[in-house]
Design a protein around this ligand. Structure first.
Ligand SMILES: Cc1ncc(C[n+]2csc(CCOP(=O)(O)OP(=O)(O)O)c2C)c(N)n1
Ligand SMILES: [Mg+2]
Length: 365
């Protein structure tokens, strides 16, 4: 494992051939194709979600295009019993565990989406930058204290490493030897702030040295490399008996092709040339080339994958839009016990309903 600013660990070249000196992980056909299909699904889901937002059918949405490999391939390296905590952009992780219409409803402003993720061992989406990292470490620590086998993979952006929460969580993880994988998705930008100006450290992986935990810098747009480093980190996390530390910090170097969210215009802070340069590392054509070379994919199979994804996402959207609106959930899931201000908000909504009928969400002047 390396924490230097050298080239990140990579299995697939820019064009999807196995790099000289590298060996592709020994994965079965189902896993390799599953990773490919998961990434294709994530890319298409992203396009549809942005289009829905433009039509006013969902709220603000954070695009993941370019970052499919880290969420999808890292989740393939986990057991179903492992927990995932993600920030807000790593939908690929949730896709592997199966998206439900409720998930889409989260982006429509309905908290039911977060409640449902728990069934798939995914902690609630966290928009407060860095806030999820101590929770993930706490959960992993609790699992270790209980003698459990589960570990927690916690995703966050490189911007989150500037928050105190990251440092406190990483310190706890090291001191208490917690079975957690701190998965830093370095996508080059924190909204309009470039990663180069986020830290004076040479790399984000290098921060692990201060906490006495191992780290690795990986090409986050190379699904096979991501799978491999996550698998290694998870194996170590599970092994409470060995001398090796259980936590790992992974820095997955990648790029977000689209805007930060549908409320952002990236042309204000980065050049088209930069975006085009990174598109040459697109994880999907790289994985496609690898699978074609192995005889696992051809044009016919790709057509039917595309068709299946198109139908599945269309059905997901239909089902999400047909669900009953449940605005009370925004008051119910904030605290275990409702605070007076939240109760006041809920009572106000109830008053609107009584005066104007069900679904009356217009402001009462
Ligand atoms: C505590 C906190 N401060 C500021 C913000 C506003 N904010 C939203 S996203 C973001 C950038 C996060 O960048 P990064 O962690 O790199 O994740 P990325 O969006 O690139 O995936 C900021 C500063 C916030 N949500 N929470
Ligand atoms: Mg970022």
């Amino acid at each position: 494992m390396s924490d230097t600013a050298d080239e990140p660990y990579r299995v697939l070249s820019e064009t999807g051939e196995v790099c000289e000196g590298a060996t592709a992980p020994d994965l079965d056909r189902e896993t390799l194709l599953g990773i490919y299909v998961g990434m294709r699904y994530a890319r298409r889901f992203d396009e549809r979600a942005i289009s829905l937002q433009r039509q006013g059918r969902i709220g603000t949405y954070p695009s993941l295009a370019g970052q499919e490999a880290s969420g999808v391939a890292s989740t393939y390296a986990l057991a179903d019993s492992d927990w995932i905590q993600y920030q807000y952009r790593e939908h690929g992780a949730a896709i592997v565990r199966g998206l439900t219409p409720e998930y889409l409803r989260y982006w429509m402003g309905d908290e039911v989406g977060n409640a449902v993720l728990a069934e798939d061992r995914i902690l609630p989406i966290n928009i407060t930058i860095g806030g999820q990292i101590p929770h993930a470490v706490g959960l992993a620590w609790a699992s270790a204290l209980d003698g459990g086998e589960e570990c927690v993979v916690c995703h966050f952006g490189e911007g989150a490493t500037s928050e105190g929460d990251f440092h406190e969580a990483a310190n706890f993880a090291g001191v208490f030897d917690v079975p957690v994988v701190l998965f830093c998705n370095n996508n080059g930008w924190a909204i309009s702030h470039p990663a180069e100006e986020q830290t004076a450290s040479e790399t984000f992986a290098g921060k692990a040295v201060a906490y006495g935990i191992p780290s690795v810098r990986v090409d986050g747009m190379d699904p096979l490399a991501v799978y491999e480093v996550t698998e290694r980190a998870v194996e170590r996390a599970r092994d409470g008996e060995s001398e090796e530390p259980r936590p790992t910090l992974i820095e997955a170097v990648q790029y977000r092709f689209g805007a930060h969210t549908t409320a952002d215009d990236p042309t204000n802070y980065r050049t088209e040339e930069e975006v085009e340069r990174w598109k040459e590392w697109d994880p999907i054509p790289r994985m496609e080339r690898f699978l074609r070379d192995r005889g696992l994919l051809d044009d016919g199979a790709i057509d039917s994958i595309e068709e299946r994804i198109e139908d599945e996402i269309a059905e997901l959207i239909d089902e999400a839009e047909a669900m009953d609106v449940a605005p009370d959930t925004m008051f119910e899931y904030v605290f275990a016990e409702q605070t007076p201000r939240i109760a006041e908000g809920q009572a106000y909504l109830q008053g609107l309903r009584e005066r104007h009928g069900d679904g009356a969400l217009v402001r009462d002047e």
